[in-house]
Design a protein around this ligand. Structure first.
Ligand code: NAP
Length: 488
């Protein structure tokens, strides 16, 4: 299959916070890969900005190091790297002061696409929007890109939306949830809406339940103080897992158009039922005595009284005609057995078995959509076990790894950030969260967190390297169901 890379329009992309972790680990290496693949057009420019008093050469050195560290060897070619670095410029700038803004304005070309990536703490967004406006840099066409966390509750998300809305229209604001940039996540929409096969079955009549798992093996690491103020519910469920749930549960949009898609996602979030405390399990990982990793969550965040969850599992109900009676089980956590993200759609048993003599009931059909590792899909179907010996049934996977199915192109799936940045330049907001979506997600999340806080619940301890707290297993067992194994 021949890769089709369509260059975007010429742009000036300003990365504010260009010396930080996100810029050096994701944004700059991602832009280089787009350049290498021919998607970044000649004449496009990347303007780095931060307070650090470095010059353009210093910034290019930093970008070169970032590319060497984060881009695979196959694309690290000296000529291409040098050519890419030519497109980089740096301007020292303070978001909260006046330094650098006139210089930035002088650099921006009004006749090309202008985008500003706010790769800084959200507390600086107000200063940035204010100065982009007061220095006459922003135009009605300017795009701004903002990162998570988008608030920590409904009130702060509303305040952040109001800050951005003071100088920018919704059509100019690109709220990144990098899960939406993943190939498989977009494939979820292709599979659902470009095939006739699944959609007739995509409802509570045929789907028994849905499981969404995002498991990490790492602990909180050096992010302990940040993470302890958030927890799994805020860090993962309110944004990434909510987006996955929406893409599975939403009605077909009338067109693959940003607002049509986002309208349908919003309807799903609004249809989410409040979750009773009996349908939620929270956990904190424990250290492993005498073995690595020795430290548990409480040691990692240096607070023996912390009640923040490093794991959460929930049973979620979508109250609408399509999903009445089909629960969505969500779980996410740190220090689990394997690093994996997947969505499993478990179908119901056929209404009547003609194969009673062959063993009665059998495992349900299951469609598993893998986000990582090894993006792909797997449909588990029943067949006859080959050979003589009567009609014995066996379940086999119809396995499609995108890397294998798409050949060379599939082994080189663009990183979510690369795709999303190119969408910003194209002016396509489909894979970005709209302000009302984010607020609706917080409106559902807030009472859950408020309930924990009011009750002073302590999360249940779970062993590092396990599948999570025992109570999470019970969450499904008591419904006569079970989680899929967590494996990489
Ligand atoms: P970081 O490593 O702390 O980098 C922050 C950047 O902002 C630095 O370049 C810093 O450079 C610059 N900066 C700080 N104050 C500034 C000011 N007053 N004016 C101009 N520049 C300023 O943070 P990060 O991890 O890259 O995260 C950036 C944003 O992305 C945050 O909102 C974070 O929540 C979000 N995010 C990050 C990740 C990730 O993987 N890192 C993932 C998801 C979301 P100077 O100090 O030189 O100014």
């Amino acid at each position: 299959m021949v890769s089709r890379v369509i260059p975007v329009d010429v742009f000036d992309l300003v990365i504010i916070g260009a010396t930080g972790d996100l810029a050096t680990r994701k944004i700059l290496p991602g832009l280089y890969r787009r350049f290498f693949d021919g998607q970044m057009p000649a004449g496009a420019r990347i303007i780095g900005a931060a307070r650090a008093e470095i010059d353009t050469e210093g910034f290019r050195d930093l970008a070169r190091r970032a590319i060497m560290e984060h881009v695979g060897a196959a694309k690290r070619d000296a000529v291409s790297i040098d050519a890419f670095l030519e497109a980089l410029v740096y301007v020292p700038l303070d978001a909260t002061g006046e330094a650098g803004w006139d210089e930035l304005k002088a650099l921006i070309r009004p006749d090309v696409v202008n985008a500003f990536y706010f790769s800084v703490a959200p507390s600086l967004f107000g200063d940035l929007t204010e100065r982009l406006h007061s220095y006459g840099i922003a135009t009605p066409e300017t795009r701004i890109v903002v990162e998570k966390p988008f608030g920590r509750d409904l009130a702060s998300a509303k305040a952040l939306n109001a800050t951005l809305a003071a100088h920018f229209r919704e059509q100019q604001i690109y709220r990144i949830d990098h899960y939406l940039g993943k190939e498989t996540v977009q494939n979820l929409m292709a599979v659902r809406f470009a095939n006739i096969l699944f959609e007739p079955l995509w409802n509570s009549q045929y789907i028994d339940h849905v499981q969404i798992t995002v498991a990490e093996t790492v602990g909180v690491g050096g992010r302990g103080s940040y993470y302890d103020k958030a927890g799994a519910m805020r860090d993962m469920v309110q944004n990434h897992m909510m987006q996955l749930l929406c893409l599975i549960a939403m009605e077909p949009p009338y067109h693959f158009d940003p607002d049509a898609v986002r309208d349908e996602k919003l309807k799903v979030i609004r249809a989410l039922q409040p979750v009773p405390s009996s349908d939620i399990v929270r956990g904190q990982y424990l250290g492993t005595a005498g073995k690595e990793p020795k430290s548990g969550y409480l040691e990692d965040v240096e607070d023996p009284n912390s009640r923040t969850e490093s794991y959460v599992a929930l049973k979620v109900q979508v109250a609408n005609w399509r999903w009445q009676g089909t629960p969505f089980y969500l779980r996410t956590g740190k220090r689990l057995r394997a690093r994996t993200s997947e969505i499993a759609i478990a179908f119901k048993q056929p209404p009547h078995s003609i194969f009673d003599d062959a063993g009665g009931s059998w495992p349900e059909n299951m469609l598993v959509i893998r986000l990582q590792p090894n993006e792909g899909m797997n449909l588990k179907v029943m067949i006859k076990e080959p050979g003589p010996g009567g009609m014995r049934l066996v379940q086999v996977p119809l396995d499609m790894s995108f890397a294998e199915a798409l050949g060379e192109e599939g082994t080189d799936i663009p990183d979510a950030y690369e795709r999303l940045i190119m969408d910003v330049i194209r002016g396509n907001q489909t894979l970005f969260m709209r302000g009302d979506e984010v607020e609706a997600a917080w409106a559902w999340t807030d009472p859950i967190i408020a309930g924990w806080e009011a009750r002073g619940d302590r999360p249940q301890g779970y062993d590092s390297g396990s599948s999570g707290p025992d109570d999470a297993l019970m969450l499904m067992h008591r419904d006569g169901r079970r989680w899929r194994n967590i494996h990489g």
